[in-house]
Design a protein around this ligand. Structure first.
Ligand SMILES: Nc1nc2c(c(=O)[nH]1)N[C@H]1C(S)=C(S)[C@@H](COP(=O)(O)O)O[C@H]1N2
Ligand SMILES: [Mo]
Length: 545
């Protein structure tokens, strides 16, 4: 028998731990996918982490990964589990039950996360429990099958008897080792499995685990049912369509954000690791709390109401100066104002707490939902039914407020209440109670280099939702502010494109932009962080001509 390289022998127990974890994880995920996708051990642990994380951590993750934050969190979790599993393998090879205890602890954590998710029941612990049991059983079995050399070498100084005609594994002058120093070597050395059979067994186990995970990912049953239900529905034609954008509302400039963001490019921010699969045929919206009449609405009843359209630019409070957590769509829906009028809020109510199918909440000032603005219960986005990740079947869209206090996706419940009586998901985590969007502007082009001196087009977008933009100015280095040309306004609730022709000179320059709203109020110059209620400061771009 050939002596495996020292590193490989050391790594064998760690590899066994990893393989066991893959088997447990994959099968746990598969059980969840077939039973209830929201009971996924990985996703519910990730979701619990998101909920437990302090506010600044959200900011860091969104800042680093933007809309890829979910992939980042799941990847991080898998890396942590794999690292813990490697440790479990090493522990188990040294001392029975220690590695098993690590897997048991992981299973308990994941079960706890699954059963405490919104809409969960105690059965949601099942996938994590099954996964942990499989990981434990696999670990126990494979540790017992470590190839001889590996098992021997894990106990640092143990010499092994030469097997067959092979060379001695250690120098003859090594001190003799008592037999009981090899706790995991259950069979006589001569009968121990070969490296080859060890590699095959562990390799097959790893592949089974990964395959189960892939199948789980592809077959989230409820997700597909909701997708089918969505495909069978059509967006009702709007009773009062808004005028389509005219040519004068957009500049034809490469790199400038389009006036209307295609659904596929629309920014996405939420705490849902798994997109909630809401069946429109059983969806209801309940309006209750401080109201005279409780109102319940089905999806069919909602679609039968005269739909309206709303051109509204949605924005995330986590958008830093110059960031891209902002997009614009034409939404179709029914005014929330009308539904609240049916419910009749009592005089002392001042807030509506909206809740989503997955238990997320937002607190919106009652006034923003009852005044003249186009706050709607949206079912359509850019002429399509809402995409699943943007809230299918129904979400809220409220002009002028950041998403975290207004734009509840997968909404199922509106409780009329008071700010002094109830709080919402992000306000509980240190974000501002009120979230009016701040006047802002952004430079889209040029980005870093402008080729050649002479005329360079500078362009971007500016927004002050529900007030409108009246002026955008551009400054080069410390020069005077120059007024940019504004494209026509689509609505006061949407962003507005601007452009400015710059007679560029060679060298490094900084271009800065600022906007003024329709009330004549200038954008705030002093930089402020996104926490607690939105960033301020002028966006600037430094480039070389
Ligand atoms: N159910 C639910 N709705 C939600 C959120 C969420 O986490 N869960 N996030 C809100 C936030 S912070 C923002 S900025 C907007 C983003 O909407 P979008 O993903 O459609 O762009 O949705 C809001 N609605
Ligand atoms: Mo947000």
């Amino acid at each position: 028998m050939v002596k495996p390289p020292r590193r490989a022998r050391r790594l064998a127990p760690a590899w066994v731990g990893i393989v066991s974890a893959l088997a447990g994880l994959g099968i746990g995920e598969l059980v969840a996918a077939l039973a209830a996708p929201t009971s996924s051990p990985l996703a519910s642990t990730g979701a619990a982490l998101i909920d437990l994380a302090p506010g600044w951590a959200k900011e860091v993750v969104v800042g680093l990964f933007g809309t890829g934050d979910k992939v980042a969190i799941i990847t991080l979790l898998v890396v942590v589990v794999i690292a813990a599993a490697a440790g479990a393998g090493i522990l188990e090879a040294r001392r029975r039950f220690t590695g098993m205890a690590v897997f048991a602890a992981l299973g308990i954590l994941a079960s706890a996360a699954a059963v405490t998710r919104a809409g969960a029941n105690p059965m949601f612990a099942f996938p994590a429990v099954i996964g942990a049991l499989i990981a434990i059983a696999t670990l126990r079995r494979l540790i017992g099958r470590l190839p001889t050399e590996a098992a021997v070498v894990t106990s640092a100084v143990s010499p092994a008897r030469p097997t067959g005609t092979g060379a001695p594994l250690v120098a003859h002058d090594s001190p003799p080792t008592p037999k009981n120093d090899r706790p995991n070597l259950r069979r006589p050395v001569e009968a121990a499995p070969s490296r080859r059979s060890f590699l095959i067994t562990t390799g097959v186990t790893a592949i089974v685990g990964i395959a189960a995970g892939v199948v789980a990912q592809a077959s989230t049953a409820a997700g597909r049912a909701a997708e089918a239900a969505r495909a069978a529905l059509r967006l009702p034609t709007s009773a009062t369509p808004v005028a389509p954008p005219t040519d004068a509302m957009s500049f034809d400039i490469d790199g400038l954000s389009p006036l209307i963001t295609p659904n596929a490019d629309f920014y996405r921010i939420d705490t849902a690791l798994i997109v909630p699969a809401v069946d429109p045929t059983t969806w209801t919206l309940r309006i209750h709390g401080m109201v005279e009449n409780e109102v319940t609405l089905t999806f069919a009843e909602l679609l039968a109401l005269p739909m309206q359209q709303s051109d509204t630019t949605l924005m995330c409070v986590s958008n830093y100066v110059g960031g891209d957590l902002i997009s614009n769509a034409v939404w179709t829906g029914y005014p929330i104002r009308e539904l609240l009028a049916r419910a009749v809020p009592t005089a002392d109510a001042d807030m509506v707490l909206s809740t989503s199918a997955d238990g997320w909440t937002a607190s919106t000032p009652l006034e923003a939902l009852t005044d003249e603005r186009n706050a709607i219960l949206a079912v359509g986005m850019n002429g399509e039914l809402l995409p699943a990740e943007h809230g299918f079947p129904v979400r809220m869209v409220v002009p002028g407020l950041y998403g975290y206090v207004s734009a509840t996706k997968w909404v199922t419940d509106l409780q009329v209440t008071r700010f002094s009586d109830a709080t919402a998901y992000w306000t509980d985590r240190g974000w501002g109670e009120k979230g009016p969007i701040k006047i802002s502007s952004r430079i889209d082009v040029p980005t870093r280099v402008a080729d050649g001196a002479g005329s360079v087009v500078v362009a971007g977008v500016a927004w002050a939702q529900h007030t409108g933009i009246s002026k955008v100015e551009v400054q080069v280095d410390d020069g005077a502010w120059a007024e940019a040309t504004l494209a026509d306004e689509l609505s006061i609730d949407t962003w507005r494109q601007w452009m400015w022709s710059w007679n560029a000179t060679e060298g490094e320059h900084t271009i800065t932009v600022r906007a003024t709203d329709a009330n004549g109020k200038l954008q705030i110059e002093t930089p402020a962080d996104v926490l607690p209620d939105g960033a301020t400061g002028y966006h600037s771009v430094t480039l070389t001509v």
